[in-house]
Design a protein around this ligand. Structure first.
Ligand SMILES: [Ca+2]
Ligand SMILES: [Ca+2]
Length: 446
């Protein structure tokens, strides 16, 4: 089992139809398996999103909605983490880099909010981009925000190997050789967590040079677009993240795509190592991210909003035994589905009730429907339901309380979410239906 996750990676990849991304290795991976075209995270920040994926429970079920320190077991003791379950079922498990939450860049080189009971081997890789004086030299836009949040980018002339993620790749490749199942007689679960494209967006210059700036378009924002978006949606409302100067915007988008090119190269090398070691035919590969990222949509330049670009993530699953190759599943899925899917693919019984669905059937037939809706949460007390056509979001004072602010978008007619229909009488019945559906899920899971 090879699990690769890139931090803050939206579904802005070539195989998702993105016009700027240069992702030959991930596109090739997509050809070997199934791309889940409409995948949603369950929280728009790192910690809760990852805790949800690794526990198989929604954040509103576990109450884990923060990025604080402490281990997984301190907060989620009732839910056996995915790597721990595999370990208990005879797998040798190894973590390289960020699988559970850790702050970037300050937490690079440490274990973050790891589940130590989940791993036989844990590698806390670090490198050039984790050295404070190196990220302090990067270009910065805006005055406020911690080092991992503020808009900061650079393209130093250094080798991939010097980067923390490059060090992680070397460790991951070494682990593949050392724990080769043919040698040890035990199945191997390797999780490689890539720190980019999380800010600070420091990426070796060769990846910056791989992106054609002429392909980058800053999204158009209609005048007064934000008038119908509740202010609470902007978790980061400082001007340093909103309507930044065009020059910085172009550079930041360029840095983001350069980081994706770097991620693609790293994933490609690890997959090549897997193939070289003769493991490709019996290894399940999962490639994903933990939440999306806005590159100027609605004027925003970060994650942490309840709008589509913040919520969407890539999910590519390759099972060499499965029938579909190079297909795309258009139905709604969530990161919540990763846990049950990997359990079923590996024939492992989970120890607690899981809230997602297994996507094994879709790997054999991409036309099989997935879910009618998906749910996510966001800071502070934001709850959202996405159906094939609509997104309804509300913010409550507390979980049981009434909605204080809300949004409703018809994504079929308005894919850019420019018109909040919450007060539109034509949509009153739909608003009621979605509100009830969302409310019933929150009540049911008490
Ligand atoms: Ca993240
Ligand atoms: Ca608007």
């Amino acid at each position: 089992m090879l699990f690769i996750i890139a931090d803050d990676l939206a579904d802005r990849l070539g195989c998702y139809g993105d016009p700027v991304a240069v992702t030959p290795h991930l596109d090739a991976l997509a050809q070997k398996g199934v791309v889940f075209r409409n995948t949603y995270c369950q929280y728009h920040t790192c910690g809760p999103s990852r805790a949800s994926m690794m526990s198989g429970k929604y954040p509103f079920e576990t109450g884990y909605t923060h990025n604080k320190g402490g281990t997984y077991g301190q907060y989620l003791a009732d839910y056996t983490s995915l790597p721990r379950l595999f370990r208990e079922n005879g797998y040798v498990t190894a973590r390289v880099g960020k699988i559970f939450h850790m702050s970037i860049p300050g937490g690079i080189g440490g274990p973050g909010t790891d589940d130590p009971s989940g791993w036989d081997v844990a590698v806390n890789n670090t490198g050039w981009d984790a050295v404070e004086e190196n990220w302090e030299k990067a270009t910065t836009c805006g005055e406020k925000g911690g080092s991992g949040v503020r808009i900061r980018y650079s393209a130093p002339e250094i080798d991939d190997k010097e980067m923390a993620d490059g060090q992680g790749l070397a460790a991951a490749v070494e682990l593949l050789g050392k724990h080769h199942p043919h040698k040890t007689g035990q199945p191997f679960f390797l999780a490689y967590g890539i720190y980019r494209p999380h800010p600070p967006m420091i990426v070796p210059k060769k990846h910056w040079d791989a992106i054609d700036p002429a392909t980058i378009d800053i999204p158009a924002v209609p005048e007064n677009d934000r008038d119908d978006i509740p202010q609470v949606n902007w978790h980061l409302h400082d001007p340093g993240y909103n309507f930044i100067p065009e020059e910085h915007g172009r550079n930041y988008a360029h840095a983001y795509y350069a980081a994706i090119h770097f991620v693609d190269a790293l994933a490609g090398q690890l997959i090549a190592a897997l193939e070289n070691q003769g493991l490709a035919d019996n290894t399940i590969i999962v490639f994903t991210g933990d939440q999306g990222f806005m590159l100027g949509e609605h004027g925003h330049w970060h994650k942490s909003s309840m709008l589509e670009e913040s919520q969407r993530v890539p999910l590519i699953i390759v099972d060499p035994r499965a029938k579909e190759k190079g297909k795309q599943v258009s139905g709604l899925v969530g990161l919540i589905d990763v846990y049950p899917t990997l359990c079923e693919l590996a024939g492992i019984q989970p120890k607690h009730a899981l809230s997602g669905i297994s996507l094994k059937r879709q790997l054999d037939d991409a036309s099989i429907p997935t879910k009618a809706c998906e749910f996510s949460m966001g800071t502070p007390n934001g709850y959202t339901i996405r159906t094939e056509r609509f997104r309804y979001t509300e913010w409550r004072k507390d979980r049981a309380g009434p909605a204080q602010h809300a949004m409703l978008y018809d994504l079929e007619k308005d894919p850019d979410e420019f018109n909040n229909l919450i007060d539109n009488p034509e949509y009153a019945a739909m608003r009621r239906e979605l509100r009830e559906k969302l409310g019933s899920v929150l009540l049911d899971r008490d």
